[in-house]
Design a protein around this ligand. Structure first.
Ligand code: 5RP
Length: 240
């Protein structure tokens, strides 16, 4: 059943329903974080109930964990299952080459680990997530940093061309603390012509735990409007 939301929510749900079709009986599933990934967790929970599907989920955040438990999806860990069959996650920006910015939900460190452990990575989003170049529309790149190193990493991010701002919490005074106990420096780089190079430069900064750059990790993206779903697939070397 499709619940009627505002058009953006409806598009997110459409993309999520399409992505969840990749899950088969017996699969280990990486559970992404954020409002779009939440639709996928709910849809997977529905399949677990109605089709008696046997799957186990590996959540990428406390948000995903709580929702998965509520939806009746059995949980496992990366230690028990270091190989994941499919991960479904959202993104903040998606390019035609399937490079991403993630982390506006501050979960990108675990999301990237889970993505790296997955045989298939499926990204879902509404049309607003589609961009030509990462960093368009004043989008920042979230960078997770050790609290001990905030001042140093801030200086080093400026040195590679970024404008970092410490992310503040909502509903609590002070900075956002990630599920890993770290801080987030939302860093503006403008439009990014070479995200693969910049991702390496930022990751090399001592104190940086993870960046929101997801380069070359995505296999399929479903980008939806209310009326249509656009599927983008990674161009594999065998097809070049
Ligand atoms: C969390 C993420 C999210 O997937 C990303 O921020 C998109 O969130 P939403 O689906 O709510 O727009 O990377 O770290």
């Amino acid at each position: 059943m499709t619940v009627r939301f505002d058009p953006i929510q409806e598009a997110k749900q459409k993309a999520a329903l399409e992505a969840v079709k990749h899950v088969k009986d017996g699969f280990i599933v990486g559970l992404g974080s954020g409002s779009t990934a939440a639709f996928a967790i709910v849809a997977l929970g529905e399949r677990v109930k109605t089709e008696k599907l046997h799957v186990m989920g590996i959540p990428t955040s406390y948000q995903a964990f709580l929702l998965a438990v509520n939806c009746g999806i059995p949980i496992t860990t990366l230690d028990e299952h270091p190989e994941i069959d499919v991960t479904i996650d959202g993104a903040d920006q998606i390019t035609p080459e399937l490079n991403l910015i993630k982390g506006m939900g501050a979960a990108m460190a675990r999301e990237k680990i889970v993505a790296a452990a997955s045989k298939l990575n499926v990204i879902i989003g509404d049309e607003k997530k589609k961009v030509r170049l990462l960093g368009e529309n004043n989008q920042v790149v979230p960078i997770e940093v050790l609290p001990f190193a905030i001042s140093l990493t801030r200086k080093k991010i400026v040195a590679v061309g970024g404008k970092p701002i410490l992310r503040e919490g909502k509903g609590k005074l002070g900075p956002v603390i990630t599920d890993n106990g770290n801080a987030i420096l939302d860093s503006y780089f403008g439009e990014i012509a070479n995200p693969a190079q910049l991702a390496i430069e930022v990751k090399m900064i001592p104190g940086v735990v993870e960046t929101g750059f997801f380069i070359g990790l995505t296999d399929i993206a479903y980008i939806a409007t209310v009326n249509a779903i656009n599927k983008i697939e990674k161009v594999s070397l065998s097809r070049l």
